[in-house]
Design a protein around this ligand. Structure first.
Ligand code: MEZ
Length: 532
């Protein structure tokens, strides 16, 4: 498969060095080394790729150019008359988004005896949860503890996580695993039924629970089935394009748009949960992405226009190992589990240039440095890459390990003629996760009364860098949390008259600030048409 002469020459060096490399345990970087590396090579530090917001709750703060364009863009309702007196849907709790957080929230709201419905712009389960591979963290084994989990995540996130949110995440993790297991998630277990757990980047204990490397798909399958079995109404192919606020500024529903017909619909609700996911499909800085097709930051836009503050919108996660070859799978996720089970990162010269289980931001920056500054990247049709030496896995753990532990990876590359048991693969960072997002309290409330948020749309749980497996965990913990609290709140709120007044106020601010951006937002779907 690797026919290019430069790739072949490098491959020979990797193979020749494998036996020696396998015995190495490259040292971890010091805090000072990490800091210097990140500042020079991590994409979050490329100042030219950011701008300052001119209006809204985060006015004066730095955000990626692509996000600013949408946050200060033009509402899809501008110049459109909408009959706000009608109600196409009425429910106690409206959930916007059909991924893991939305489904978990729906199950808990249903448990609480209120009416709940989900609207999703694609189909139920078309979401980043489904795409997650390597696992979900929980400190539920002897020798580990939520306190240890907290320390790992807090340090890994550069001490910027909201402590109350992280505290909740790690303390409720063991219960999240039990809940999922009881619902039917088939976690990997030994023959005596003990959960198998592994390390992820930046973890001091083995606490990654997985379902092979289909962990997200297995979790999403299970929670989606639960939603459908309970007959919770799900409206597919229907996007939320604005929130509705009442005369007191409380969230009271959303304006929806049918993705196929364009028809506008009104959903009235006592409380609303935003569970719209991430932003990878905005392709910040031109990076490829591991994200689902629908990850276009919609929730950030809706909440921001309504007056909700964002936390850390300037920090993104570039997963160190996106597939870099062949071009057909450029940017697809190569799970961190590949490194957890023994593969090392190797440069074009066959050198093991870093510890494979540094945190993600450090690993991504280190790969970028190897390719861009040290000239030790392997040339590929899309740029440069480093090797992830997968044959090491079976040399370390025995034949059959790859098929047993990471079958999705084996299949993805086999489709392109690469047998990862025998040949290493080429990887480069891919846009994976938004660390920042809508600010919430520990009960899931945003700055807007009656508007809750859960999942990747939320910012602050992980600080400025998230550890592997803490996202599947946060969609479950904070999805359930939002479901419980939004449903409880829906029992006591009275709803006022639905308005879109916040849009005209926001437009006034834009006008006064001299912003004339005709970019329609939220974007809803990425635009891959050829330009020019
Ligand atoms: O948490 C994640 O992002 C994750 C589990 C990804 C992966 O490498 O598999």
């Amino acid at each position: 498969m690797y026919q290019d002469a430069a790739i072949q020459a490098s491959l020979k060096k990797v193979e020749a060095a494998r036996k020696a490399n396998i015995r190495l345990d490259p040292p971890r970087m010091s805090a000072e080394e990490k800091d210097a590396l990140l500042k020079t090579y991590h994409p979050d530090y490329r100042e030219s790729q950011f701008t300052t917001l001119l209006v809204g709750p985060n006015k004066g703060e730095k955000v990626p150019l692509e996000l600013a364009e949408l946050l200060e863009g033009k509402s899809r309702l501008e110049g459109v008359s909408v009959d706000l007196s009608k109600a196409d849907y009425t429910t106690d709790v409206l959930i916007i988004g059909g991924g893991g957080a939305g489904a978990s929230a729906a199950i808990e709201a249903d448990n609480n005896g209120v009416s709940v419905m989900i609207v999703t712009k694609l189909r139920m389960g078309d979401a980043n949860t489904m795409m997650a591979e390597g696992g979900i963290q929980a400190a539920d084994k002897p020798g580990d503890s939520p306190a240890q989990h907290f320390l790992d995540a807090y340090g890994g996130g550069h001490f910027a996580a909201q402590k109350d949110l992280l505290y909740k995440l790690v303390n409720e993790a063991p219960d999240a695993i039990r809940w999922l297991s009881d619902l039917g998630v088939e976690f990997d277990k030994t023959t005596d039924g003990t959960m198998i757990t592994t390390h992820g980047g930046g973890t001091s204990r083995k606490r990654m629970h997985a379902a092979k490397d289909y962990s997200g798909a297995e979790i999403m399958r299970t929670v989606r089935d639960e939603v459908l079995n309970r007959k919770i109404p799900v409206v597919d192919y229907t996007a939320a394009i604005e929130l509705l606020l009442d005369e007191h500024g409380r969230c009271t529903g959303a304006v929806l748009q049918n993705m196929e017909t364009g028809e506008l619909l009104i959903a009235r609700a006592k409380t609303v949960i935003l569970a719209t996911g991430g932003a990878g499909r905005l392709h910040y800085q031109g990076f490829p992405t591991s994200n689902h097709y629908g990850a276009t930051a919609d929730g950030l836009i809706l909440a921001y226009r309504a007056g909700a503050r964002l936390l850390y919108p300037d920090t993104l996660q570039y997963h160190p190992t996106g597939a870099a070859f062949p071009a057909q799978i450029y940017g697809a996720l190569v799970t961190e589990k590949v490194r957890s089970v023994g593969a090392m990162l190797i440069n074009a010269e066959g050198e093991a240039f870093m510890n494979p289980l540094e945190t993600r931001d450090v690993s991504a920056a280190s790969i970028i440095r190897e390719c861009n500054a040290r000239g030790k990247g392997v040339p590929t049709p899309t740029g440069f890459a480093v090797w992830l030496d997968t044959p090491m896995i079976e040399l370390k753990n025995g034949e059959g390990t790859i098929e047993k532990r990471i079958p999705a990876m084996m299949r993805m590359f086999a489709k392109h003629g690469i047998d990862i048991r025998k040949e290493p693969i080429l990887v480069y960072p891919t846009l994976h996760y938004q660390n920042g997002g809508v600010k919430i309290t520990s009960d899931g409330q945003t700055d807007i009364e009656n508007l809750f948020a859960a999942g990747e749309v939320v910012g602050g749980i992980h600080g400025r860098n998230r550890l592997m497996g803490n996202s599947l965990l946060d969609v479950i913990v904070f999805g359930r949390n939002a479901g419980r609290n939004a449903s409880e709140k829906s029992k006591v709120v009275s709803i006022g008259t639905a308005t879109l007044d916040h849009l005209s106020k926001f437009n006034d601010l834009l006008r006064k600030a001299g912003v004339h951006d005709d970019t329609l937002s939220p974007r809803l779907l990425p635009d891959y048409r050829r330009k020019g």
